[in-house]
Each structure stands twice: as C-alpha cells, then as structure tokens.
Design a protein around this ligand. Structure first.
Ligand code: SF4
Length: 289
C-alpha cells in the first residue's frame, strides 16, 4: 500500500481499509481547515489505485469495509470509479461497505443515473461537509458552495438511496454570526435529511488564515459556554427523523449522542445542565486528543 501525506478518515472508518483515490482536497481553500493544506490536489491514476487494492488483497484475508480517500474521491470520472468498484466487487466479495467523501460540487456534477450506478456498484455512504447552513458564514470561510447547493446535493444522494453522513461545526459563525449559524444549520440539515450528523467544534491551528483573523480581532471565537448555547439553538431547529446525531468528537466540550428527533429533548436537557455548570466540560488541552 502506498500512502501520500497525512491520511484523514471519518471516525466511523477506523477499521476500514483506506485507499487513496485522490490526493488532497479539490476545494482546499476553507480558511478554518488544515487537513489537506500540505497537499496539492490531484486524482490518482486508476491503475495505481488498483495496484494498491491488489496489494491489500494479497496482505489481508478479510476486508469488511473500504474507505476511498482523500477529500472528495467522488470527483473522479465515472469510468474510473466504475473500474475501482468493479475491482472491489471481484476481489473483495466479503466487503460490505464502500464509502467516500463527496463535495457538494462533485455530487451535483454527477447525473442522477451516475449516483444510482455507484450505489449499485457498492457505494453505500457518502460523507459530506456542510460546516454551516448560513451563506454568510460559508462565504466568509471560503467553502465555495451555497447552502442551497448543499441541500440539492443531499437530495440527489438520498434519491440514489445512498446513505448520507454530514458534518457541521459549532462555533463557525463566531461571536457575530452565532445565532444565524445555529438557526440556518439546523434548518438546512432538516432539509438535507441526512442519515448521520456529526457536530464538531471549531479548533484553530496557528498558521491558518482564520487564526490571522482571530489575532486581528476580525473573528471572535465563542467560549465553551457560548458553544453549548449555540449547539442547543441548532438542535432546536433540527427536524431530522431517525437521523443518528453524534457530537462526541475530540473537539467537542460535551459529548452528545442520540437519534433525532426522539432524543432531541434529552440532548437539550444535557446541554442545559452543562450550561448551568453541572456537567464537566472537556479541558481545552484535552481537545483534539
Ligand atoms: S473543509 Fe472540507 S472542503 Fe474545505 S478545505 Fe477542508 S476538506 Fe476541503
């Protein structure tokens, strides 16, 4: 197996075979994200990907899940994705799940029939980063897509009967836009109707453009209690029946987990207790571990 640079994968792919189909992220301009900054985006040759898969087949007797990395593997042309998925079907008959990151743009660039075909060939879930449902926040953060495009992309994925996992980020509106960020993210998620929602909390690395804006005072970070209030507000607007909600990432101050909408009240109650000081918040130095 050949890996280039740091490899990122969703927490739920901890035990998956990871194969890089792309290197880096096709957007790579978001001012809060450091994940793929050291990589120049490119799509790997399909022959190289198949060689890596063959190498993995020679090494591992049982592979239940495969994650196609890096950011936005869905951007590859259909013929390449089809070749990779056919190879997986032939060589890994025991594999139960193939997943990847898909940017909203890549999803929208695919025809509905393409997404249907990808599901038939084994793609069972697409991970998508919403980050915020508020367009002012998305523009400021240079996400490169609008909330409406996010909704349309999600609807295409759902129509193809591919499961959808979406991440959003607490604190991304800063002090100025926290209310709008909370409300619009809740409302947009309600329209996207994902199967899974992962809510992270903003963490900043020193060399990011957003860190410069914080140093200059242009962007004000929320404190941990503001984050809890914002999360509570966001949850209030979420109407996503049967969606698994997780906010138990290393970046979060309080762990939340439940199924929407039935566990919404319980999660809001836990946040209320935390806001009152009755729940231990993760220390700043522990975040990220
Ligand atoms: S947030 Fe997502 S789209 Fe933006 S640079 Fe990071 S990986 Fe790429």
């Amino acid at each position: 197996m050949r890996y280039e640079g740091m490899i990122y994968r969703p927490p739920s792919e901890a035990y998956s075979l990871i194969v890089q189909v792309t290197i880096g992220c096709s957007q790579n301009r978001c001012i809060f994200c450091s994940m793929f900054k050291e990589k120049r985006f490119r799509i790997r040759k399909v022959e190289e990907v198949l060689e890596d898969l063959q190498d993995a087949r020679n090494k591992y007797r049982y592979v239940e899940k495969i994650f196609l990395a890096d950011g936005d593997a869905l951007i590859c042309k259909m013929t390449d994705l089809e070749a990779i998925l056919h190879f997986i079907k032939d060589q890994f008959p025991e594999c139960k799940q193939v997943t990847l990151y898909g940017s909203p743009r890549s999803i929208l660039m695919k025809q509905q029939e393409d997404l249907d075909k990808l599901r038939e060939l084994g793609i069972s879930m697409i991970y998508m980063g919403l980050e915020s449902g508020n367009d002012e926040v998305l523009t400021y953060m240079k996400k490169g897509v609008t909330s409406q495009e996010m909704i349309e992309a999600a609807q295409k994925v759902k129509q193809a009967k591919i499961r959808l996992s979406v991440t959003a980020i607490s604190g991304l509106g800063g002090r100025r836009l926290w209310k709008e960020h909370a409300k619009d993210t809740g409302l947009v998620l309600s329209q996207m109707k994902p199967d899974y929602i992962g809510l992270l909390t903003l963490m900043i690395e020193e060399d990011l453009p957003l860190a410069d804006k914080i140093r200059s005072g242009e962007f004000e970070l929320l404190n941990p209690y503001d984050i809890l209030i914002e999360t509570k507000e966001m949850l209030k607007y979420m109407d996503c029946p049967d969606c698994i909600f997780r906010s138990n990432h290393a970046s979060n101050y309080v762990n939340l987990r439940g199924t929407l909408n039935q566990d919404k009240e319980a999660m809001i109650n836990l946040l209320d207790e935390a806001i009152k000081g009755n729940v231990h918040l993760k220390s700043e130095w522990m975040r990220g571990f």
